[in-house]
Design a protein around this ligand. Structure first.
Ligand code: COA
Length: 325
């Protein structure tokens, strides 16, 4: 059977660290409020570089670790809502930077679930025999779309990029089970960068435009805990496994309390969930691959380990993948 397995990980993270205390100097907030409500202590914020700088940095690290020549990369998928341009795609910019002249490159947009959607798409191309490998990167420069005057949202987010190389494999393992879902009817719960139609021939009343992230935090909180629980239950049941068979649960890092509540509902010890939000904040599509790369660098992942990756975000969208390392 053909599957796709994760062959390497890598990341590109801004060097600049902004602590909660740094934020408290420029807005009415405090380290105590942010830590208690979210578990966030600091986040990495771009010093001016755009997304392509960090996605390309991640891509270079991944291909170096995988020992693959750029010309041998067949597919590049970048998951993001903060690409440098509407066009070209973030993936085409990575292609140029790394010299992957033979790759097909495009972006997917599913907000914080984006990396999982990207892996799912790449996995299908590989399983169908169309491509032998795929670079899948999740990256965001959220600092350019948050409202720095809105303390209820800007303190939550951070910047960064990370990803994996997926490779065709004929042995058991790789991406085993997935569950993706979308609920467009609730799209207004979490939006960013509304570009309203505006041209000299407009016949309608001007529409509302909003350049920033807007969010009903409590609604997102409830949605997120529900989707982690149902996603984990679904993939475990589909695979005929129990929580004890899973080495690590790797959730999207939006809020440490969301993970606590979900772990409690699932009756899975909190320590089995990998949480690094304290140092990154919510990096949207980048958060799961940043966590995976960090785990890989720490030597926490061993061949055969089963991981459950779960994400949720704007759209609304969600996804859960069962992966064998
Ligand atoms: N610092 C200090 N006070 C703040 C603050 C900040 N950064 N942000 C908001 N507050 C204040 C509010 O103004 C409010 O004050 P009031 O009671 O005087 O009106 C109070 O804190 C409580 O605000 P509330 O929004 O009710 O807090 P909360 O406990 O619901 O926590 C979130 C807010 C955003 C942390 C929480 O709802 C959350 O994490 N939701 C999920 C968001 C998310 O993960 N989004 C991305 C998904 S991909």
């Amino acid at each position: 059977m053909v599957t796709s397995r994760i062959a390497a990980t890598g990341a590109g993270i801004p060097d600049q660290i902004i602590t909660n205390d740094d934020l408290a100097k420029i807005m009415d907030t405090s380290d105590e409020w942010i830590r208690q409500r979210t578990g966030i202590g600091e986040r990495h914020i771009s010093g001016g570089e755009d997304l392509s700088y960090y996605t390309s940095k991640a891509a270079k690290q991944i291909i170096e670790r995988a020992g693959i020549a750029p010309a041998d990369i067949e597919l590049i998928v970048v998951a993001t809502v903060t690409a440098d341009y509407c066009t070209p795609s973030a993936a085409c910019m990575v292609q140029k930077e790394i010299g992957a002249v033979n790759a097909v490159a495009f972006d997917v947009t599913a907000a914080c679930s984006g990396f999982l959607y990207g892996v799912s798409v790449a996995d299908k191309f590989i399983r169908c025999g169309i491509y032998k490998n795929a670079l899948v990167i999740g990256g965001e420069i959220l600092s350019k779309i948050v409202d720095w005057k809105d303390r209820s949202t800007c303190v939550l987010f951070g910047d960064g990029a990370a990803g994996v190389l997926l490779e065709r494999s004929e042995s058991a393992g790789g991406i085993l089970v997935e569950e993706l879902g979308s609920k467009g009817e609730d799209y207004e719960v979490l939006t960013a960068r509304r570009l309203a139609p505006a041209n000299v021939f407009n016949k309608l009343e001007p529409q509302k435009e909003c350049g920033h992230v807007t969010m009903d935090g409590r609604a997102v909180f409830k949605f997120a805990t529900k989707k982690i629980v149902s996603g984990v239950e679904h993939v475990l049941e589909t695979a005929g496994l129990s929580a004890e068979d899973i080495t690590y649960f790797v959730p999207h890092q939006a809020n440490a309390r969301i993970v606590e509540v979900a772990a409690k509902k699932l009756k899975i010890p909190q320590e089995r969930f990998y949480v690094n939000i304290e140092h990154y904040g919510n990096t949207s599509a980048a958060s799961i691959p940043i966590a995976l790369n960090e785990m890989n660098e720490k030597g926490l992942l061993h061949k055969g380990d089963k991981l459950i990756l779960c994400g949720f975000g704007g759209g609304l969208t969600w996804g859960t993948l069962l992966v064998q390392w």
